[in-house]
Design a binder for this molecule. Structure first.
Ligand code: MCA
Ligand code: AMP
Length: 507
């Protein structure tokens, strides 16, 4: 079933009700949402694109950006969201790799993105600003406000989400209408969405968390969203007394707790706080409970799989655990020798289910590597059933993520692959070699740190290197600090000992 049709089945009967209210006081009814979606879908359909064509989108968050996503689903095309922080080199890779038929960008980026799009043979470039400006809405304005939803089956591709690669370049995770639809339905029940719910939405909409988990939840349930362009704790505190659900990365909760204006009174209408995308510190979990009386519900997922496990809505929510496998999703923990782990034994987390993606875009070999012979997807996360967290004993059905076998840093909910940053640093003049590690950070959970060795007889300027990186890669990937050293610690095999670097610089 086309995912748009599934979501639409949850829209309320009263189309004049508010679907989205923005931070600056705009109201979009369900009728507005449906009409705008149909107009954009009709524009896309009028382009007469071959089945499976990609629509790549790098635009600021706005209700219209959400309508563009819904319109892409409705017209049966494949949505490819891109982080607004990506710069020219990154965009060139994504657009070159995905070869989208349509690119939609912010009006301010039109000139350079048009160049990037042309290089990959993209014929249609539209612009969309967060103030309803741009050619997309101008052109869609002339289209009818009703139209058919193109038939799609569960196995048809709905979206491609690029996730950074551990060794090479980013991989596009191919998600189908069925993958996303089944996950949305499972979460609607598991988190007990209610008709009266209002979702406070402050996440970016170019990742699974903000676009799928949060938006799908509200759409499928016919619930209003209060739509904030980004995390701003003052705005969250202002709108929370009219909301019932909020989803955020751990930084949301850390920042709310830092604001003395965030009190029990702020949360009086709230039913559920959900955290994910990165580990929530037990300290944050406990402080939040103490301040508000609410127990944060932590869940765990990936771009390749959407949501996998969650603490229960009713029942015990445990700090330091990501909860129980969701209905229909199977989770197992295996040792390096392939044997299943017992309770409290640490091993690799592998998963199966209708939510698991179809493979990496145009990377059959990589896809094969990431699945076991019997069809389990290797998450790259390391976990255990049960055991003990700082919050106490964990029942054996609950999963705890204790680390990652993949060399990955998660900073404020964004993934950064050290290899990618190291290759940019190693290309700089005067650099002999570098190592990039994640170290604990009070706001972002982990921060990117680079340790760099200059070429013999050369000197390096860390500030100039950071400025150089800021001009080339997305700002969240840029190391918060660069330390210059004369050599990197290595083991007997000559491998850089990142654990020693992490220990040395963590403080
Ligand atoms: C911004 N900066 C960051 C980050 N964000 N640095 C490291 N990590 C970050 N995440 C930098 C900027 O480059 C800038 O640096 C400075 O911090 C302030 O930028 P600003 O834009 O003001 O930051 P912010 O608006 O306060 O954003 C922080 C944030 C944001 C709210 C934590 O990063 C965010 O919304 N993260 C959510 C990501 C997310 O949705 N992930 C879900 C992925 P300078 O001053 O030097 O320029 S989906 C997923 O992971 C799976 C499926 C799952 O389970 O959900
Ligand atoms: P992404 O590739 O951006 O989808 O990031 C997925 C990764 O985020 C997972 O493989 C985990 O390493 C991490 N992750 C997501 N949610 C949690 C969580 N609640 N606790 C710990 N790690 C998480």
């Amino acid at each position: 079933m086309n995912l748009y049709a599934l979501l639409e089945s949850g829209f309320p009967k009263d189309k004049s009700a508010c679907a989205i209210e923005t931070h600056d006081g705009l109201y979009y009814s369900w009728k507005d949402l449906e009409a705008a979606t149909a107009k954009i879908a009709n524009l896309l359909l009028a382009l007469d694109l071959p089945e499976g064509s990609r629509v790549a989108v790098q635009v600021e968050k706005s209700p219209e950006a959400l309508f563009l996503y819904l319109a892409t689903l409705k017209s049966g095309l494949v949505y490819l969201p891109l982080n607004t922080a990506y710069q020219a080199a990154e965009m060139e890779y994504f657009v070159g790799n995905a070869e989208p038929a349509v690119v939609v960008c912010s009006p301010k980026n039109q000139a350079w993105i048009t160049q990037v799009a042309k290089k990959s043979g993209t014929k249609h470039v539209f612009t969309l600003g967060d103030d309803r400006s741009g050619t997309l809405l101008e052109k869609a304005g002339a289209q009818p406000s009703k139209g058919k939803t193109v038939k799609r089956s569960d196995s048809d591709l709905a979206a491609i989400l690029y996730t950074s690669g551990t060794t090479g370049r980013s991989k596009g995770a191919m998600l189908t209408h069925g993958n996303l639809g089944s996950n949305a339905q499972v979460l609607q029940k598991f988190w007990a969405w209610q008709k009266s719910d209002v979702l406070l939405h402050a996440l970016p909409i170019f990742h699974v968390h903000g676009l799928f988990v949060a938006s799908h939840g509200a759409l499928l349930n016919g619930s209003k969203m209060i739509w904030l362009p980004r995390l701003d704790t003052k705005e969250l505190i202002k709108h929370m007394p009219r909301s019932t659900i909020m989803m955020g990365v751990p930084t949301f909760y850390v920042r709310l707790l830092l604001d003395p204006a965030f009190t029990k009174k702020t949360v009086k209408t709230m039913r559920l706080f959900i955290s994910g995308s990165a580990p929530l510190l037990t300290e944050t979990f406990n402080s939040f409970k103490e301040r508000t009386g609410h127990t944060i519900l932590e869940r765990y997922g990936m771009s390749e799989t959407a949501m996998l496990t969650s603490n229960p809505y009713k029942g015990r929510r445990i700090g330091g655990s990501v909860g129980l496998p969701l209905p229909k999703t199977k989770v197992r923990i295996v040792k390096d020798n392939g044997k299943l782990c017992g309770v409290d034994e640490i091993g690799n987390v592998e998963v199966k289910g209708p939510n698991v993606f179809q493979g990496y875009w145009r990377m059959p070999e990589k896809t094969k590597e990431e699945f076991t012979k019997d069809g389990w997807f290797k998450t790259g996360d390391v976990g255990r059933w049960g055991g003990t967290t700082s919050g106490g004993k964990v029942p054996k059905e609950y999963l705890c993520i204790v680390g990652r076998s993949k060399d990955l840093i998660i900073s404020g909910g964004y993934n950064v692959y050290p290899k990618e940053i190291e290759s940019f640093i190693d290309d700089m003049p005067g650099v002999d070699e570098s190592a990039v590690v994640g170290i604990p950070h009070p706001d972002f959970g982990e921060a990117v740190l680079a340790i760099v060795v200059p070429k013999s007889g050369q000197s390096l300027n860390a500030d100039a290197m950071i400025a150089n990186l800021k001009s080339k890669i997305a700002n969240f990937k840029v190391p918060k600090r660069i330390v210059i050293v004369s050599e990197l610690p290595r083991n007997a095999m000559g491998k850089v000992q990142k654990n020693i670097l992490r220990q040395t610089y963590s403080a």
